[in-house]
Design a protein around this ligand. Structure first.
Ligand code: FAD
Length: 317
């Protein structure tokens, strides 16, 4: 089922989860043991992230270095199929522009369509590890809006090879990313929402947000989006903070602010268990408040400590 259909027919709180594919060489069982306990809460969707390949230098036997491309977390499409098969739940693959040609993207969309995947999250991706700024693949997309355009084109039966007549029309529901504290490259929130709106005008159906730790950011963002005539569902992204290292890591990786009270509580926590408890209580309060304010879905970034998310859901429902 498409995310939009699910939301239109829902008569209670909806849960969704995001997982990362395991690092290359690890078994898919690591995904199952991560997800198994959380399935008790009947998530409507499980998002699976996509990771671009990285260029690394490997020393050869002759002492010279060779540049090789490695993808540390392959398997997004296969994991989506495995999740749908095992749990009978919709899987949402993330699609990224970074590192992909338009043709590779089209082929991935054809695979997904054949597998019965009905939802995708269309993203640009970040700059490669060795780049300061995002550089598109020579025959790929520069912005997520170009990817949205490609998916919507395929939904109308438009393939890259123009001589394909009467091509099968796919029927993907398209999600996009939103940033309550603005995307770090955007000069201001209004410009960022202007580009968000362009993606919606091109056919994107809903927005999933970057994580935030202060619900005011989400409410302000939803209000600002409405001012810009963005009228699609905006799904809040949530992550528990579970250790002191994240106090510096999360702001620098995700460009989000951590509230003073949360930082103080985490700094005062004396043991790893106490840190988990701080994260659990904070996330629980965020969730209660979002539910009270009719957030369409609670979307959890589960990387790290799924047990904390489990505890929050157990206390909520
Ligand atoms: P875009 O919409 O292309 O926006 C990028 C920047 O360009 C913004 O500042 C925007 O304001 C600006 N902009 C947009 N369009 C234009 C235009 N036409 N002209 C000029 N400026 C423009 N990354 C991964 O690699 N894999 C994942 O699986 C993944 N999943 C994610 C899931 C969620 C929910 C979120 C919030 C992020 C995820 N990311 C993932 C990270 C994301 O790819 C990065 O944040 C990336 O830097 C921006 O992606 P975007 O789709 O928002 O890009």
């Amino acid at each position: 089922m498409k995310v939009t259909e699910y939301l239109a027919n829902a008569n209670g709180p909806i849960i969704s989860l995001e997982i990362l594919p395991p690092t290359k060489g690890k078994s898919i069982d690591s995904i199952y043991s991560h997800l198994d306990p959380l399935m008790e809460f009947k998530p409507a969707f499980i998002n699976v992230t996509y990771h671009r390949a990285e260029q690394v230098y490997k020393k050869r036997a002759d002492g010279n270095f060779e540049r090789v491309e490695i993808r540390k977390r392959p398997g997004t499409v296969g994991i989506c199929a495995a999740i749908m098969n095992k749990y009978k739940v919709e899987a949402i693959p993330h699609l990224i522009c970074g590192g992909f040609s338009k043709e590779e993207t089209e082929n991935a969309l054809i695979d997904l369509h054949f597998l019965g995947v009905q939802n995708v999250l269309a993203l640009r991706g970040d700059a490669a590890a060795n780049e300061k700024f995002f550089t598109p693949h020579p025959s790929g997309h520069r912005y997520a809006e170009d990817l949205v355009k490609q998916v919507e084109g395929l939904n109308k039966g438009h393939y890259l090879e123009e001589d394909i007549m009467d091509g099968v029309k796919t029927d993907f529901c398209v999600g996009i990313a939103g940033y309550p504290e603005k995307h770090f490259e955007a000069p201001n929130i209004d410009t960022d929402i202007y580009y968000l709106k362009r993606k919606i005008d091109l056919g994107a159906d809903y927005v999933t947000t970057q994580m935030f730790f202060n619900n005011a950011h989400y409410y302000n963002y939803v209000a600002k989006c409405q001012e810009h005539n963005v009228n699609v569902p905006i799904i809040p992204g949530l992550k528990p903070l579970t250790n002191k290292r994240q106090l510096t890591m999360i702001p620098s990786i995700f460009n989000v602010e951590l509230p003073v009270d949360l930082c103080n509580e985490m700094m005062n926590a004396k043991t790893p268990e106490a840190c988990d408890r701080v994260g659990e209580e904070w996330l629980l309060e965020q969730c209660k408040d979002l539910l009270k304010n009719n957030a369409p879905v609670l979307h959890f970034y589960t990387l790290g400590k799924p047990q904390v998310i489990y505890n929050v859901l157990k206390r909520l429902f």
